[in-house]
Design a protein around this ligand. Structure first.
Ligand SMILES: [Zn+2]
Length: 302
């Protein structure tokens, strides 16, 4: 079965509740299928404010990706966006009753499982891809990220932390929904133990715990176990997939990132959108030799 090139939404509604990582307040999210391709649209339900998932509305990028519009903030959107982009669900209404999305287990896995349980629904038309034709690069000292022409979407990520338990990790993969689910989606967010007090003093990570984050101490993770030996770099790639969803369309290119984070991810998305000479629209997903065969899980009765 060739890769589905139709725009996709969900087959049915999903509701998920939890609490925010940074504000530690309860929040719930309702994912509502749409009937025509219209992108990913957040709705802050207490005010009715509609905020499209677009890079030009992103800001406040310290340790999370935030959308800002009309005085409303929606924080920590990146793990849900990552699950949606990773599974190629590009058209959906996302209703949120608070200013931060639930952190759940710190990865995208709970979103991924809920999406696959609900099932995907094809919409009329064809997916349009943004195909990188000229390099786009953003640098911030030793940190950088760039997009290069490539047939498909390939991610190459390097992190290098000055503590031995984390150190240097690198990973590279060509993204497909199945690889996303298997290799990236379950990787949890992380921080250094030495940063925790500082974060809390700044009002960040108030809802953080070993239940929703990996905390690296000098001798290793404080958690009982890791889900992958290189879980940290995989989580960075998960974040990158979510931040690139702010382009508003799937990307074809090689994305290389070195010691990057949300600010550089979003800056790259903004630079791509601001430089239409560096990319072109195409409906050709990928060459035949890397086509992907993916059968969504059949929805099980509860
Ligand atoms: Zn993250």
């Amino acid at each position: 079965m060739p890769r589905n090139t139709a725009p996709q939404t969900l087959s049915r509604e999903i509701r998920i509740s939890g609490h925010g990582l940074h504000g530690n307040r309860p929040c719930s999210v309702r994912l509502v299928p749409v009937t025509v391709p219209s992108g990913l649209l957040f709705v802050h339900t207490p005010t009715g404010t509609e905020i499209p998932a677009r890079a030009d509305l992103a800001g406040d990028l310290v340790l999370a990706t935030t959308l800002l519009k009309d005085g409303i903030r929606l924080q920590t959107i990146e793990h849900l966006l990552s699950a949606l982009a990773g599974l190629e669900v590009e058209h959906l209404r996302i209703e949120v009753d608070a200013e931060e999305l639930p952190i759940l287990d710190g990865s995208a896995a709970p979103w991924v499982e809920a999406i696959l349980q609900a099932g995907l629904q094809s919409l009329e038309g064809r997916r349009r891809f943004m195909k990188i034709t000229q390099p786009v690069e953003i640098r911030d000292g030793d940190r950088w990220i760039r997009a290069l022409p490539f047939d498909g979407l390939r991610l190459r990520y390097v992190i290098d932390f000055p503590i031995p338990s984390l150190g240097r990790q690198s990973r590279e993969l060509s993204l497909t929904p199945e690889k996303y689910r298997r290799e990236l989606g379950s990787a949890r967010t992380f921080c250094l133990a030495q940063e925790v007090d500082q974060l809390r003093a700044r009002g960040l990570a108030l809802g953080g715990s070993l239940e929703n984050a990996v905390v690296f101490g000098a001798d290793g993770p404080l958690n009982d176990s890791l889900r992958y030996e290189d879980e940290a770099v995989r989580h960075k790639m998960l974040d990158l997939v979510g931040d690139l969803a702010l382009l508003g369309a799937p990307l074809l290119g090689l994305i290389e990132a070195h010691a990057a984070g949300h600010a550089l991810h979003v800056a790259l998305a903004q630079a791509i959108l601001a430089n239409p000479g560096c990319w072109e629209w195409t409906e050709e997903a990928e060459p035949a030799n890397v086509r992907f065969f993916f059968q969504p899980l059949v929805s099980q009765p509860a």
